[in-house]
Design a protein around this ligand. Structure first.
Ligand code: SF4
Ligand code: SF4
Length: 289
């Protein structure tokens, strides 16, 4: 069993809020309280000098709903100057001011526009609570500012998660964003909305998951390089475990390093390497459907 001596990538949930209620997402089921600022700083301090490459300061939420985001980014810059900040956003709150705040920070390196449609009808059906014209204008404004500020080191990606309700927009989505952003990604729904929605209906048995439903475990091997931290400090083995079904440990009670090298984490690693998916999160995992 081989794994990184310290996680290269950390995903840190600082809150669980979102202004949308997407059918593909369990966000509206989450009730964890916000992470304290001290807890966030403690986690970042635990990472000093360890070669962390990326911090993703969000989980199943909208990162621009975090009023402390700029302070968090500055703290990361000070403590972990080698780490880039990566965000996935629904872009509804990407005002000019927010875009400026992101693009003037050197450690901001990646943003994905989570869109799920290429027309007003499909977009607003997929992303209730959001307005198509506003989101599209925000994306265009962000891209224009990125050019103006010559921040070509910030990678941009347009993302569409396919379900039976939006497959009809797939070709238009690719045509709309190809050549406009650095990367266009269309993927099958991972069915994470298992708590509140009928996730089986959201799955499109196509794309990456068609021939190998356990593709994320095999292809990404997140358990060897990534740590996922919920707002209460609990860590989970995988980004699919949004509700903490498989708790590994708590980085606030111990440390990032201790949890990463704990017996429990190594037990889970060994199982995933062997193709044994009997942890609670894996048994519930919608990718098995
Ligand atoms: S998919 Fe993103 S935008 Fe939609 S409800 Fe979930 S966190 Fe919010
Ligand atoms: S929850 Fe388990 S089975 Fe599902 S993607 Fe994660 S590691 Fe794989």
């Amino acid at each position: 069993m081989s794994y990184e001596v310290f996680p290269r990538f950390l995903q840190i949930e600082t809150h669980t809020r979102c202004n949308a209620t997407c059918a593909i997402c369990p966000n509206d089921q989450l009730t964890r309280p916000d992470m304290t600022t001290e807890a966030f700083y403690k986690i970042i301090n635990d990472c000093k000098g360890k070669g962390v490459q990326e911090i993703h300061p969000f989980f199943t939420n909208e990162p621009l709903m975090e009023r402390r985001l700029w302070g968090f980014m500055d703290y990361i810059q000070g403590q972990l100057p080698e780490a880039g900040i990566h965000l996935y956003s629904n872009m509804s709150l990407m005002t000019l001011k927010n875009a400026e705040n992101l693009l003037r920070r050197d450690n901001f390196k990646f943003i994905a526009f989570s869109l799920d449609g290429a027309s007003k009808e499909i977009f607003e059906k997929m992303r209730p609570g959001l307005n198509w014209e506003k989101v599209r204008a925000n994306c265009e404004q962000f891209l224009a500012l990125r050019t103006e500020m010559e921040r070509f080191d910030v990678h941009t990606k347009a993302v569409m998660t396919l379900t039976p309700d939006n497959e009809c927009d797939e070709a238009a989505f690719k045509a709309m964003w190809t050549g406009i952003v650095d990367e266009v990604m269309v993927m099958g729904s991972d069915g994470r909305a298992r708590l509140g929605n009928d996730w089986q209906k959201t799955q499109v048995k196509s794309k990456a998951y068609k021939n190998d439903p356990r593709w994320p475990c095999r292809a990404h091997r997140c358990h060897t390089h990534s740590m996922y931290i919920l707002s209460n400090g609990d860590t989970v083995p995988c980004c699919k475990d949004f509700d903490g079904q498989t708790r590994i440990g708590n980085v606030l009670e111990t440390s990032v390093e201790e949890v990463w090298n704990s017996e429990r984490m190594n037990e889970i690693r060994a199982k995933l390497d062997a193709g044994i998916y009997d942890e609670k999160a894996c048994k519930l995992c919608p990718l098995w459907g």
